[in-house]
Design a protein. Structure first.
Length: 333
């Protein structure tokens, strides 16, 4: 990775370049707005609020740089999404809304329909890249599953029935500890309501729950794991809110709940499985599936992290926004 030094003047309005391709401050502003983050000029004032905004903008720019690296790789390998696939995905997103509602949703995200289409094309292309370069190379053998079971046999012995649950969480107050892939955080109650409605609509269109959680959930613990919050004893439901308990207990494995209002936000739950009390043996298909999915997710996360690092090391990156911040630091000495 090459970071631009202060010796070279940056091109006008360019925040960074990746292999010579520019990411402008306008691109950064758009992504910042789409992520429902407070607006500020790059390299703001010296106050605490401005410093916090700058840190967040650095994170957003890092995501833009990573996305550009992956998009260029997809282009090089001939894996760009086809127009028909992009149109199909766009129609899926529009299906739950009237035209007026969809335009309002775009306005809330400060994005045009054409910009959304460009974003979809990029996302689908990167997904094709990951499928070819990473997912297709992951193999979980029966021995891998058996070894994992034997090393963790006690964890499959439960004193009472368990509920395996995943969640997508949206809050009205942004948490600085949240690190979803889209850097997407609602800033108030209205934005939280619109965001959870968008996610619920995408789930109805059969979008993958885990991927939506990774991209958008505001759960600082579960977002990176595709929303998986693990196993919850049924007795814990007795202490839960009556409405929440009613919703969860009515779910069947694989089903997704409606939107559930909670203090300060909303959540959507998915019941992955119900597990009875007692020792679960390796020959139980559900045990094998749980272990296999866990191993697959861990390998996928590991390989993606390594793939990103390797790609960054090979790319020529000039981050002029970073350079401008370092210049100000040096000038303040």
């Amino acid at each position: 990775m090459v970071l631009a030094a202060c010796k070279k003047s940056p091109p006008p309005n360019v925040a960074a370049t990746v292999n010579g391709r520019s990411i402008t401050y306008a691109d950064l502003d758009k992504q910042y707005a789409a992520a429902q983050l407070p607006q500020s000029r790059a390299g703001g004032g010296a106050g605490e609020a401005d410093d916090s905004v700058a840190v967040t903008r650095l994170e957003v720019l890092r995501t833009l740089i990573d996305n550009e690296i992956m998009l260029q790789r997809a282009e090089k390998l001939g894996l760009m999404a086809q127009e028909a696939d992009v149109d199909a995905k766009l129609n899926e997103l529009k299906a739950p809304y009237t035209q007026e509602e969809f335009q309002k949703h775009l306005a809330e995200r400060k994005i045009t329909a054409e910009e959304l289409k460009t974003q979809i094309r990029r996302e689908l292309s990167v997904q094709r890249l990951f499928n070819k370069e990473i997912t297709s190379h992951i193999s979980i053998t029966d021995k891998d599953v058996a070894d994992a079971y034997n090393a963790n046999r006690d964890s499959f012995n439960w004193a009472e029935p368990q509920l395996h649950i995943a969640q997508i969480l949206v809050t009205a107050n942004p948490d600085p500890n949240v690190r979803n892939l889209k850097a997407d955080k609602a800033q108030n109650a209205d934005q939280a309501r619109l965001k959870i409605q968008m996610l619920a609509a995408r789930l109805k269109q059969n979008d993958d729950f885990a991927m939506l959680a990774q991209n958008y959930s505001e759960d600082p613990e579960g977002a990176a794991n595709g929303g998986d919050i693990g196993f919850v004893p049924e007795s814990a439901m007795e202490k839960a809110d009556v409405e929440l308990r009613k919703v969860v207990m009515l779910l069947q494995p694989g089903q997704v709940s409606p939107i559930i209002p909670i203090p300060g936000g909303f959540r959507i739950l998915k019941l992955i499985s119900r597990e009875p009390a007692g020792q679960r043996e390796l020959n139980d298909p559900r045990v094998q599936q749980t272990i296999r999915e866990g191993l697959l997710n861990r390998k996928d996360s590991l390989y993606k992290a390594a793939y990103y690092e390797a790609a960054r090391n090979e790319a020529k990156i000039a981050n002029y926004y970073v350079a401008s911040i370092l210049e100000k630091m040096q000038a303040s000495k």
